[in-house]
Design a protein around this ligand. Structure first.
Ligand code: PGA
Length: 251
């Protein structure tokens, strides 16, 4: 059975000390709780090892927000999947629209990143999602299908089984404009139908597909109640424990 997941994406926020304080506060808030979902926090690279050491990693799982598309060597400033794994992190967010848009990450690059993450035992949270122009032209399904085909549908069945998908329409990220519940459910059902066609019903039923984009404590209960929405990738609202905990409690 697929997992429900609430994953925070801190993006480029919090110094090491602030990040440790946030992670520790979340750890305390969840100490006696029994969440009905897997809780993940996606921190900047430099926080990973310290955060892992500061929390109960049976309750809170740690993600990086990116990894290199090479395994090691002369790539100044890059961080490899093996390095991430060595911190105790278990997940890596890949293909976020901010990475695609600001740092030129193409599907070819993402294919390599996904493969390296998997080889190193990390679970990729693979992001996809269209810009507003694409949505306005009603071409979102074809757009997302291409993103999936180019980066993850060529994986072997065994590898595909290990990934998590996050649909994040760019127009909903950080804007306060959430996709309507219908729009989110419709797209996630569409993605699942593509997985059925490519890998079969059983794999599709077991793939966790998340919604992201201005997800908050208010809209999470309705979003998470949809049959194809298995959780959320949460940006802004993951930076405050009370908000993030309320989203976790939406399951
Ligand atoms: P947001 O970001 O929740 O702040 O809209 C989501 C994301 O980019 O993952």
């Amino acid at each position: 059975m697929r997992k429900n997941i609430v994953a925070g994406n801190w993006k480029m926020n919090k110094t090491l000390q602030e990040g440790l304080a946030l992670a520790t506060e979340l750890n305390v808030a969840l100490a006696k709780a029994k969440p009905n979902c897997e809780v993940v926090i996606g921190t900047p690279f430099i926080h990973l090892a310290s955060v892992v050491a500061a929390i109960d990693t049976k309750k809170i799982h740690v993600a990086a927000q990116n990894c290199a598309d090479n395994d090691s060597g002369a790539y100044t400033g890059e961080v490899s999947a093996a390095m991430i794994k060595s911190t105790g992190a278990e997940y890596v967010i890949l293909g976020h629209s901010e990475r695609r848009g600001y740092y030129g990450e193409t599907s070819d690059i993402l294919y390599d990143k996904v493969a390296l993450a998997l080889t190193n035992g990390l679970t990729p949270i693979f992001c996809c999602g269209e810009a507003l122009e694409v949505r306005n032209a009603n071409e979102q399904n074809a757009f997302v299908k291409t993103q999936l085909e180019e980066a993850v549908f060529n994986l072997s069945v065994d590898d595909f089984k290990k990934i998590v998908i996050a649909y994040e329409p760019i127009w909903a990220i950080g804007t306060g404009v959430t996709a309507t519940t219908e729009q989110a459910q419709e797209m996630l059902a569409f993605i699942r139908s593509l997985i059925v066609r490519k890998f079969g019903k059983e794999i599709a039923e077991n793939t966790s597909i998340l919604y992201g984009g201005s997800c908050n404590a208010k809209n999470a209960p309705e979003l998470f109640a949809q049959p194809d929405i298995d959780g959320g990738l949460i940006g802004g609202a993951s930076l405050k424990v009370a908000d993030f905990k309320a989203i976790i409690d939406a399951f």
